[in-house]
Design a binder for this molecule. Structure first.
Ligand SMILES: Nc1ncnc2c1ncn2[C@@H]1O[C@H](COP(=O)(O)OP(=O)(O)O)[C@@H](O)[C@H]1O
Ligand SMILES: [Mg+2]
Length: 307
């Protein structure tokens, strides 16, 4: 029997495209039609953007999630495959609808409308031990959007760790702002990847210092995204701060997810905290130079030019 894992990274996650309309307009009811400057259907979903970023860096990535046999689902599967993400385990739900986010872009601001569809339909029981056994590391993104995954997630993470995988979590924002369920996940997480606001909300702290102290005492590795300010991290008592690259920002869609991809790539390569944060920060910054989440994601060669 071959015991070497086939995948470096498994991401059970949401699948949806973003339809991005850009223009200096405000939508208006009463059947008012307005024209925009551009329209693009792009790869959305934090989980998929992270998967594509990691595959671009050379990790062997498997994705599991649910989508419909519809235009949006087929678009997402094709885009993932183009980038080398393994989609054999994606569950296509007959008659189901793939989720969609409509993004209205105006200057530096955005308005978003999301139809969840199958975004929230994956459950922990959909992820078999056989797949976990083929994998080195399990990453969870968009915890708060994945409602069916939530109840079984502590058990899934525990199962993964018992099978020898390491784990990471980026909860992303909680649209309900309740931040519930997180405490039960933490004991099973090796790497926690929040942004600054999420770090405070998750730990119910008033200041970043307090949040960093609380979270780093509960998790082996903490990497906090600080937007244009770069990142801060801790690992077994060691603390590191890194600056970001100066970049001309086109949009910040997927910056945090591309950061995560970089951090996981570096950690799984056995690099230490400081180099992992630098790699992650470069991946985040480069992703802001192109529209959407994945167009600016670097290859190892792109990365080494900045390291
Ligand atoms: N305006 C920016 N200039 C330079 N780097 C940025 C900028 N915005 C984001 N980044 C990089 O991308 C990373 C993740 O972005 P951030 O906005 O903090 O995450 P999230 O999208 O999760 O809120 C940052 O840590 C930073 O390295
Ligand atoms: Mg984020």
């Amino acid at each position: 029997m071959d015991l070497a894992p086939s995948f470096d990274l498994l991401i059970p996650g949401e699948i949806n495209p973003d339809l991005i309309l850009t223009g200096n307009v405000e939508p208006e009811f009463g059947q008012v039609e307005k024209l925009v400057q551009s329209a693009a259907l792009t790869v959305g979903s934090s989980s998929v953007i992270t998967a594509c970023g990691a595959a671009r860096l050379g990790l062997r990535v498997a994705f599991i999630g649910k989508c419909g046999d519809d235009v949006f689902g087929r678009f997402m599967l094709a885009e993932m495959q183009k980038r080398g993400v393994n989609v054999e385990n994606v569950i296509i739900v007959p008659g189901g609808q793939t989720g969609l986010t409509l993004v209205l872009n105006r200057g530096n601001d955005r308005a978003m409308l999301t139809h969840l569809g199958l975004i929230s339909a994956l459950s922990a029981e959909d992820i078999p031990d056989a797949l976990l056994r083929q994998t080195r590391h399990l990453h969870i993104a968009s915890y708060f959007l994945q409602e069916s995954l939530q109840p079984g997630l502590p058990r899934l993470l525990a199962r993964a760790r018992a099978l020898g995988l390491t784990t990471s979590l980026d909860t992303n924002y909680d649209p309900t702002e309740q931040w519930r369920g997180f405490d039960a996940l933490l004991p099973h997480v090796n790497i926690l990847l929040p942004n600054e606001a999420e770090a405070k909300s998750l730990s119910r702290a008033d200041t970043f210092q307090e949040a960093a102290q609380r979270l780093s005492s509960q998790v082996e590795t903490l990497a906090v995204k600080l937007g244009a300010e770069g990142a801060w991290g801790s690992h077994n008592g060691q603390q590191v701060r890194v600056a970001s690259l100066p970049v001309r920002v086109v949009d910040t869609v997927g910056a945090g997810d591309s950061f995560n991809a970089g951090f996981l790539y570096a950690s799984l390569s056995g690099w230490g905290l400081e180099k992992s944060l630098r790699v992650a920060s470069i991946c985040g910054a480069l992703s802001t130079r192109q529209p959407g989440g994945i167009a600016g994601q670097p290859s190892p060669a792109d990365l080494s030019a900045y390291l």
